[in-house]
Design a binder for this molecule. Structure first.
Ligand code: THU
Length: 137
């Protein structure tokens, strides 16, 4: 899907660096694909996460969900502003993570950052998951 207009969005370098740093903690011995996520909340706080894999593959947790579960369980600001995901190649969030992030809004932005090329791509949550499942709509 086409990303949102890249010119409209400024991604703070510190948030990219937080996602890249979180990626260093990735536990990904099975896929070898390391992912870091950094969530900027509206109050300015940043919460990070990485993927954590398991020998029982289906139990693996993505970086985005690690970060959002940390944020909520630590009592952080759930009003999301921007999420940066760092991978080697700029991969976009998986379907499960889109649904979990969409729980906390539709109009915040998600940026993927490719460590190898330093390129970013930006979407709104609504672009990534139109018509997300909700009990409230
Ligand atoms: N992964 C994430 O952390 N986030 C995503 O949005 C997609 C995939 C992880 C899961 C697994 O540990 C590895 O990347 C390869 O799929």
């Amino acid at each position: 899907m086409a990303a949102t207009n890249q010119d409209e969005v400024e991604i703070p370098q510190a948030l990219i660096e937080a996602a890249v740093a979180a990626r260093q903690h990735a536990y990904a011995p099975y896929s070898g694909y390391q992912v870091g996520a950094a969530i900027l909340s509206q109050d300015g706080t940043v919460t990070t996460g990485c993927n954590v894999e398991n020998a029982s593959y289906g139990l693996s947790n993505c970086a985005e969900r690690t970060a959002i579960f940390k944020l909520v369980s630590e009592g952080g600001d759930r009003r999301l502003k921007l999420v940066v995901i760092a991978t080697k190649d700029g991969g976009s969030p998986c379907g499960a993570c889109r649904q979990v992030l969409a729980e906390f809004g539709r109009d915040f932005r998600i940026a993927s950052y490719a460590v190898e090329t330093k390129k970013t791509q930006v979407w709104t949550m609504a672009e990534l998951l139109p018509d997300a499942f909700s009990l409230e709509d």
